[in-house]
Design a protein around this ligand. Structure first.
Ligand SMILES: *Cc1c(COP(=O)(O)O)cnc(C)c1O
Length: 394
């Protein structure tokens, strides 16, 4: 296939984009004019407000979601000889975090309807792994495109097979599952959010870990801050003085700055509004494309999604590539989410067998993410829809 993509500068309509208001800008400027650029009062306020929104007990802001996933794994003491499973239909960070800890990563095939981890495939893989005494220590589930995984079923399996659950909710802040916000951690140990600009709300770079477990919270605090504590209760001896601190873990500098937190905190006020706008966009695509050969997300089933992505499925690889090229040529920055992680060159050393993931393979050949972001106008959607319709007819 020839690469007919145009350069980023020629993209008129990207697949995702941030919305920055005058309030967002003044929130950041206020921090610049204050005494603290980092480790001031704004990051704890951002954490408190996200925890309150999601009704979790604790929240720890990090410099990005990749760092959040890393310390989430570390806080569960994931290390060499441990096994971690995740979805292959995700950004590479969902799997890399386990490898950072020296663990073995493995993948569970996806559901052909919602593209999240398949509960049936998970059950079968767990039963097989149990017979071989190779059960995972943790499973990182990904709420793909903003639609929550079936957390209750995953939780029930965790009770039978004894694994921890991390929710990679990088796409899903503001989404709901049953009657709770994603992030309530009702059925998991921890939930991770990303605040990268293409996500639902942004702090430029930024991430967060939510949990209801105090012991995990304390570990996460240490891991975010070079393993250093000033709490005498955690020290190995009496403090030498009021200046004293101890490093009791191998941690990192994964802190979020107050500049970034100010942007995130300001954006949080718009979260529900952003999701309403995204839902309207999804409904309009659905209305305009539902009588075509294109397979669409079920907007009734996915009503509580945060609509990070709007993924359509074309009939086959050639048609998908044809539609992709036509859209790109006209400046529409559609994308493929995702290349299965096990197909990445770095992952070749682990010898994954592509035939173990038939749904993911088929999905990868036929998926396409259409533009969806709060400022996308209906006329722009019409422009995108027209190109797709013409492309399918040609
Ligand atoms: C964006 C994303 C990440 C990583 O987020 P960063 O904040 O960019 O580190 C991890 N997992 C998924 C599913 C993502 O979409």
């Amino acid at each position: 296939m020839t690469n007919k993509s145009v350069g980023a500068q020629k993209i008129k309509i990207p697949y995702g984009k941030q919305s920055i208001s005058a309030d967002d800008i003044s929130a950041v400027v206020n921090v610049l004019e204050s005494n603290f650029l980092t480790q001031g009062p704004v990051t704890p306020e951002f954490e408190d407000q996200v925890a309150k929104y999601c009704q979790s007990d604790y929240a720890i802001a990090t410099c990005n979601a990749t760092a959040a996933l890393h310390i989430a794994c570390r806080s569960l003491d994931i290390k060499e000889k441990d096994i971690v499973w995740t979805s292959p239909n995700s950004f590479v960070a969902s799997a890399n975090c386990a490898i950072y800890c020296g663990a073995t990563i493995d993948f569970v095939d996806i559901d052909p309807n919602d593209y999240n981890i398949s509960i049936r495939a998970l059950k079968n893989k767990l039963e097989f792994a149990k017979s071989r005494k190779q059960l995972p220590k943790a499973i990182i589930v990904v709420h793909f495109a903003g639609f929550s995984c079936d957390m209750e079923s995953i939780y029930q399996l965790s009770q039978i097979y004894g694994f921890h659950i991390i929710e990679d909710a990088s796409h899903a802040i503001g989404a709901e599952y049953q009657d709770s916000k994603v992030g309530s951690c009702q059925y998991s140990d921890m939930t991770i959010f990303s605040f990268h600009p293409v996500k639902i709300i942004t702090s430029a770079e930024g991430g967060m870990v939510l949990t209801n477990q105090r012991s995990l919270y304390q570990k996460l605090l240490l891991l975010r801050n070079s393993g250093i504590t000033k709490d005498p209760a955690l020290m190995t001896k009496e403090p030498d003085g009021n200046w004293y601190y101890q490093q009791i873990e191998l941690g990192y500098n994964y802190r979020l700055t107050d500049l970034h937190a100010a942007l995130g905190l300001s954006q949080l006020k718009q979260l529900d509004h952003f999701i309403d706008l995204r839902r309207n966009i999804a409904e309009y695509y659905f209305k305009k494309l539902s009588h075509t050969e294109i397979q669409l997300p079920d907007i009734k089933v996915q009503a509580k999604s945060s609509w990070h992505l709007f993924v359509i499925r074309l009939n086959n690889l050639d048609i998908r590539n044809h539609v992709y090229n036509d859209l790109q040529l006209q400046g529409v920055g559609v994308q493929v989410h995702y290349i299965p992680i096990y197909q990445q060159p770095y992952y070749q050393q682990f010898n994954f067998n592509h035939t173990d993931y038939p749904n993911c393979e088929k999905y990868y050949q036929t998926c396409l993410s259409l533009p969806i972001y709060p400022e996308l106008k209906q006329a722009q959607q019409d422009f995108v829809i027209d190109i797709i319709t013409q492309s399918l007819a040609s």
